[in-house]
Design a protein around this ligand. Structure first.
Ligand code: DGL
Length: 284
């Protein structure tokens, strides 16, 4: 049975990965889930990230997907092995972005890679671990940048605030030749990163490489050939109007109408009410 490819992220940042997937494999059908009602994930504790990641994967399976690309670096770095162990039965696959990112960086570097991501991503050191497997002599310096995803979420990537924050973070990465953007929000700050690093440092957004590796994977796994027709569905657990406003910046095209996934007592549900509660509440 041919089904859409599922893609998920903590919010709308993963649309920057979906954009590349649609560029490389435009004929494929995709169902994207952005857990924007609970984003950002990057500063959350491990159990919460595992729990949210499970819920997103389960929801995409319930939507009929058999193959899921975890676009979120935070989830890929800390929860991918868990998701693969728990869900990747013979009929299902869960793939991540960290190994393709490490492969792209190793192919590019002259010996010293800088990696920038969320606090949880950097604390995992998963990118460094995967790079060491591919190229043990390559040095990896990592820096956590918890301010950057919220700045992009505000749409402030062209501002002085963004430039100062990027400048301050990359100043911690001395002597690198390649800078990996290890968060789905950072491609929108690419020009700012390029301004703030020496001109001979290559700024690498791994999304294009992720998409190419996914195309290679599909070619090797014809049993997982996806549904085609180029259809796109976008689901979000957050404010759908806000999601729609931001989506085009990441996706590079107008998204279809955003379908709401309501959260109830910490679980994603199949309800879709739009009402934003206001005022005070007393739990019975
Ligand atoms: N999507 C997340 C990532 O790529 C960034 C935002 C967050 O902290 O949730 O790591």
């Amino acid at each position: 049975m041919r089904t859409p490819v599922g893609v998920f992220d903590s919010g709308f940042g993963g649309l920057s990965v979906l954009r590349e997937l649609r560029r490389v494999l435009p004929q494929v059908d995709y169902t994207y889930l952005g857990d924007s009602g609970r984003a950002p994930y990057g500063g959350r504790d491990l159990d919460t990230v595992l729990d949210f990641a499970e819920q997103c994967v389960e929801r995409l399976f319930a939507e009929g997907c058999r193959v899921i690309v975890v676009a979120c670096h935070t989830v890929s770095c800390v929860a991918l092995r868990h998701l693969q162990t728990r869900y990747a039965a013979s009929e299902q696959r869960v793939l991540g972005v960290t190994i393709p990112a490490a492969e792209a960086a190793v192919a590019q570097t002259r010996g010293h890679i800088g990696f920038i991501g969320t606090a949880r991503t950097v604390a995992s050191h998963t990118f460094r671990t995967e790079t060491a497997k591919l190229a043990p002599s390559v040095r990896v310096s990592e820096v956590a940048a918890p301010l950057l995803a919220p700045i992009v979420e505000e749409g402030w990537e062209q501002t002085e605030i963004a430039r100062l924050a990027v400048e301050r973070y990359v100043a911690q990465l001395d002597g690198i030749d390649t800078l990996v953007l290890g968060c789905t929000h950072y491609p929108l700050l690419r020009a700012t990163f390029a301004q703030c690093v020496p001109s001979d440092v290559h700024v690498l957004d791994p999304a294009a490489f992720v998409a190419q590796r996914f195309a290679d994977w599909l070619a090797r796994h014809p049993e997982f050939a996806p549904a085609t027709g180029g259809k796109l569905r976008v689901l979000s657990s957050g404010d759908t109007a806000r999601f729609a406003r931001h989506a085009a910046r990441f996706l590079g095209e107008e998204p279809p109408p955003i379908e709401r996934v309501a959260e109830f007592r910490g679980r994603l549900t199949f309800a879709s009410e739009e009402n934003e509660p206001s005022g005070q509440f007393v739990r019975a």
